[in-house]
Structures are given as structure tokens and as C-alpha cells.
Write a new protein. Sequence first.
Length: 447
Amino acid sequence: MAAVCLAAMLVTGPAAAQSLNMSLLSQKDDYVGSYSDIWGYTSPGGVEYAVIGHRDGTIFYNLSDPSNPVEVGYISGPTSGWRDIKTYGEYVYIVTEGTGIGTGLQIVDMADPENPNLVNTWADKFTSAHNLFIDTTRGIGYACGTDKGMHLFDLHTDPVNPVQTKLWRALGHYYIHDLTVEDDTVWAGAINNGEMHVLANPDDSTLVEAASWSYPNASTHAGWWHSDHRYFLSTDERADGRLRIWDVQDKTNVTQVGAYQVGTGTSVHNVYVKGDFAIMSYYTEGVRVVDVSDPTNPIETAFYDTYPGTGLYAGNWGVYPYFDSGVIIASDMQGGLFVFSLNIPTDVPITLVPGSPAALLPNAPNPFNPTTTITFSIESPGPYSLEVFDMAGRVVTTLYRDRADRGVQRIVWNGTDTAGRPVASGRYISRLVGQGVSETQKMMLIR
């Protein structure tokens, strides 16, 4: 067990207001409660889909118009309050703790994403699991929270017909509740033991205990890597549970450097990291977004409380922040699918990108109606242009064409074309060109 230092500042967020810097685009409660986890799928053509677990199956929504999600499929499965979902290639994978007909790993073909098709239910090695992770780089699936241990299986060779490559029982047979994989390393939350375990995973059939740590009142549910890979973020699923940020550079001497929680008597659930932000599902406190660019000083930047009630394990179960459009989706156990835009203020300091002549940053808000701010930073002065294109590659408008000095530029686009006419709802591309650089960002306009 690694030595652990807990010296860190705890940052708390407000627990009363409903939202900050997040806009609700839509909500869907088509099956009257009993929802569980959520994940996202993007088709090869760029169309985004929400996939959300329900008591009796899994629901698929087309998010072409985030203000009006359209259900395109429902895959029935074992009845269960727990359902976990991940994607690999053109397939969606689903596990549950339910019993009866249809148990195992459900595999859904998304070749026609408007008609999701259950092509296999793999039950050769396990029939129920609490959580699922897929290393999409190596094509390895991980199922944990089963009655046998943690199952590793090859998806790269044949995504429809997995082959188990390793059944791993931990030393002491501790229960792995959830896990994430990064850089050929498994980070596993042993929630019942209050420990986080680090497992070397050089290939699909090898797991070796490398380190572990614990701390007072630990209830280690899940975790995710910080963007600079020196730090790891974990969550405690319990009353007064919180986000903890760890310096794991020396795995024999792990140090807590930061923490964040909302109110008292509440529990965080899952955490994901995108850029400088940790995005959390925080049960009764909804979706929480925290700036972790300085891991020692996490700052709450945005939130939306999906659940107006009280309690502990109710409300926001899962969140998915990885769509290119910038849309964030979340599942609420009672309220169903929530679709958000994140509206981080654009007046925060922006650091110029070292070694690059210029950089185009994501617009904010995104999605937007009717205006959005496009930001770019200039390291090498010179002539630059900033244009907006539609998805057919046609120029919609030119926002900037001039010499740019070193520094940060912010330009507002009001959703009109060159002639000043409002353009239709849909996806658009901003492109910055000049001084040996050409960068693009996707934008979503919703009328």
C-alpha cells in the first residue's frame, strides 16, 4: 500500500442555485423514471447520439437538433436499476446486473444509427457486471463488478464476437467497482475496501499489481486522468463524498493536492476530464464542471442541478462531455435525458500556445443562439483570416481578414452570412488561416 499524504485545500461549491454557465437545451423523460448511466456515440458522418440506460433496456436518441432529441431505437434487456454503456468503432456495448433472459454483454450494431440493431449477447464468461470500460486504442474490453472477477476481452479482432483473454481475481479478492485505463495501466476503484489500485496492463492477458492507496473515510468509486498525466482524479461515493485530486508521479508516495465537494451530506458519482475541466455527475447536485488547470486549486466553473429534490443516491447518474459539437449530455435517474450547452465566460485569461504561430480555441457558448464568441491567440504577428463555413464547405461569412498582432483576439459571430441574413440552425466550422497555420473548430447554431 502506497504512503498517502492528504494535505490539500478543499473547495466547496454552492448547493442552492439551479445553474451557472450551463444552458438546458432539452430534456426527455419518455419512460417515466428509472434511468441509469449514459454514453455518447458519433456516426462516421458526424451525427451525435445519446445512449441512455433504462430499467428495461437502452434508449437511443438522435441529437442532430440538440433542442429536440429524437428517439431512434430501444434495445430491451434484463430488468435492472444498473446499466452501463460504452462504444467501440460502430458498436455500442451494454452490461447490467439484471437476471433472466438476455443477460451478458449486449452488442449493438450502429452501422445504421437510425436503426440500432442488437447483433449479439455474449454470455460465455459472465452474465452480469456492474461497469464496463473499453480501451479504444487497443480494442480491449474490461467488465468489472462480476461474481467472478474482472474480465478482459479482445474486441479488436472481431467486435461482434469477443474472446476473453484474461479473468483476473485481485489479491485478497477485493471487489472492483469501476475502472479506467490509460497508458497501458488500469486504475481500479475497490469501493468496498476504500482503496484505489494501479495495475500494469501491457497487453490483453497481463495484469500486475503495481501500487494502491487508501485514506480515511475512503469510498473510491471511479476516477479519470488529469490532462497532464501527473495527476489522477477520483470520486468517493458516500455521504460527504467528494472529488479528490492526487499527485501520482511517485506511486509509492501518492499525495492528495486538491479536493472539491458540493454542500454536506451529498455524494459525487462519476468524473471525466476534458481539457482543463473535470465534469462530474453529482447525484442530487446535478452536473458539476470544475476548472482543474491548477490541480491544487479546483474552481467551480459551471453547473446545472437536474434534480430539485433531496436525498443521497438520486438525480444525476451519468454525464458524457466528449461530443465534438460541445454538447454535454447527462442522465438523471428520475428525469431522463438532459442536453446542455456549456457557456464558460470568455473573459478568462488565455495562454498563448508555445511553439505554435497561432491557435483557434473553441467558441463559447456552444451550442449558441443567436451569437457566439470565437477566440484565437497569436504568437507570430502577421496576416490572418477567420472564416465561417457550412458543412458543405461553402464560405458563410468572413469575420476577420487583417494583420494580427501578438495576443488574444475575440470576435463575435451573430449567426448571419456575408449579406447579414440569419443562417439556418445546424453545424458550422470556424477556420483560422495564416502564418503557416490552419485550424478549425466545430460550432452548433440552434434557432
